[in-house]
Design a protein around this ligand. Structure first.
Ligand code: FE2
Length: 161
């Protein structure tokens, strides 16, 4: 199943917020690129694409309800809306549950289990280093402690060597 429906719903959801829209379009593109090179299954590929689009769905709610976009709040606020969006877009309950679980943990870098979760984390960091102007000094520790896929590492090296 195509994930364009999720992309378009997320563009509507973050209408008027170009920073957020550009962020998830980029994370989805890098996540899909890594997934393709890692030769993941079709189903995992779909989950990764959906995650790229929806992973930060909780930011808007966290900012509105708590006036904060801290990572833990975003995770907590993203679980339900991401599950609902995936179900409403016609995907299975299994896919919706997996997406929701990863959205609820995507700033948690311990115990990353599964290539879908790992690849989302790598793509999000690749984009955040650039968008948040993260110091290049910490890239070696990011490489060592968080990155696991060869394709993610290659990409990180080529972007920021
Ligand atoms: Fe993100």
């Amino acid at each position: 199943m195509d994930t364009k429906i999720i992309r378009d719903k997320m563009i509507d959801y973050y209408k008027g917020d170009p920073k957020r829209i550009q962020h998830f379009i980029k994370v989805e593109a890098f996540a899909t690129l890594i997934a393709e090179k890692e030769k993941v299954s079709k189903e995992i590929g779909i989950i990764i694409s959906i995650l790229g689009y929806v992973h930060d769905i909780g930011i808007k709610i966290a900012e509105k309800e708590y006036g904060s976009s801290n990572g833990k709040l975003q995770e907590k606020c993203g679980a339900e809306p991401s599950r609902n969006l995936v179900i409403q877009s016609g995907f299975s309950k299994e896919i919706a549950d997996r997406v929701s679980f990863i959205v609820a943990h995507h700033h948690t870098y311990e115990n990353v289990e599964g290539l879908d979760y790992q690849i989302l984390v790598e793509a999000d960091i690749i984009v955040n280093i650039y968008e948040d102007n993260i110091s290049k000094d910490i890239i070696p520790s990011i490489k060592k402690n968080i990155f696991k896929t060869q394709s993610g590492l290659d990409l990180l090296n080529k972007l920021y060597n």
